[in-house]
Design a protein around this ligand. Structure first.
Ligand code: NAP
Length: 287
């Protein structure tokens, strides 16, 4: 129930109506007995500065940003944590004594989602499909946790090369076109294969990246960052080829759990968050 003493935590996006964060965060706030309430706001790109002024004036308890605001918001904040500086995007804002400080919890979210599945990163070789904003957070998390190499593959090899070159990785991150022999070799030697493009995401869940599955190391763990649907065609294909699979729900919960801790100073009730998300995904699957 919403009470008069509650502080609002907001999510700004455009569009934002399909977000699962309110379900997850409100379940967590209630379980922890906190007087906080999470609401999503559709904020037009041009309205972001005024919306930020508004949440400061209204005394919000915290803020999340999703597309298309994650980069633009950086110009309007009072400070940035290192997590936001290295990724070059903000998904979480903490209000500290009237100052708005930007953080990025996507890297930690991805790393923690692997840890939750007992998948190690240190010394491992990773093949990554896609080179967008989510891929940048993933690569930073991998580098911070001792990955040996990351081979980035995109449909346009030049983009992957530029993306790889933007990390101070000492050559550990390299970019290729995803049908180049070097990338096929990376697929055959990888410990973890990560799909970070939107291909296969609802409402176009019948689409998939046509990968040379026979080239992929049969022992590789296969991850897809997409969480809607919970199991993409890409993951279905990987499971059929005998791979352990990890969907994007874990990253979603873990980035949310990290934001929860930044706002509240306490450990997030992860099981409650995983449960709330699974309930919604089950309901959506029935429709
Ligand atoms: P983005 O910045 O738009 O990047 C998308 C990447 O995918 C780019 O490299 C793009 O290549 C490539 N791509 C797009 N359409 C493609 C197609 N039809 N064929 C081949 N490559 C294609 O998006 P993003 O923010 O990184 O998000 C990517 C995915 O991650 C989304 O599905 C999002 O839902 C998911 N995600 C999940 C979480 C989570 O918590 N689980 C968090 C963040 C994001 P070009 O540059 O060539 O177009």
């Amino acid at each position: 129930m919403i009470r008069g003493n509650m502080k609002v935590v907001g999510l700004f996006g455009w569009p934002v109506e399909h977000t699962l964060s309110p379900v997850m965060q409100n379940a967590a706030f209630a379980a922890a007995g906190l007087d906080l309430c999470y609401l999503a706001f559709a904020v037009r790109p041009g309205d972001l500065p005024q919306a930020l002024q508004g949440v400061k004036a209204l005394g919000f308890g915290g803020l999340n940003l999703t597309l298309p605001h994650k980069v633009e918001v950086m110009r309007h904040l009072d400070g940035l944590d290192r997590s936001a500086e290295v990724v070059g995007a903000v998904n979480t804002v903490v209000f500290e004594a009237g100052r708005a400080i930007g953080y990025n919890t996507d890297s930690a979210g991805f790393v923690n989602s692997l840890q939750a599945e007992n998948v190690g990163i240190a010394g491992g070789k990773v093949a990554l499909l896609g080179a967008g904003g989510a891929a940048r957070a993933v690569v930073n998390g991998l580098l911070d946790n001792g990955v040996l190499t990351v081979a980035v593959g995109t449909r346009d090899g030049a983009k992957a090369g530029a993306f790889a070159g933007s990390f101070a990785s000492g050559g550990r991150v390299q970019g290729f076109g995803w049908s180049q022999p070097e990338f096929l070799q990376a697929l055959s030697g990888c410990d973890i294969l990560i799909q970070s493009t939107p291909v296969g995401m609802w409402p176009r869940a019948d689409e998939e990246i046509l990968l040379a599955w026979e080239a992929v190391n049969p022992r590789a763990v296969v991850c897809d960052l997409i969480y809607n649907p919970a199991t993409t065609l890409f993951l279905t294909r990987a499971a059929a080829a005998g791979h352990k699979i990890i969907g994007g729900a874990g990253m979603l919960v873990e980035q949310g759990a990290a934001a929860f801790t930044l706002w509240t100073g306490i450990e997030a009730p992860r099981e409650v968050m995983y449960g709330a998300l699974a309930d919604v995904q089950r309901d959506r699957g029935r429709k």
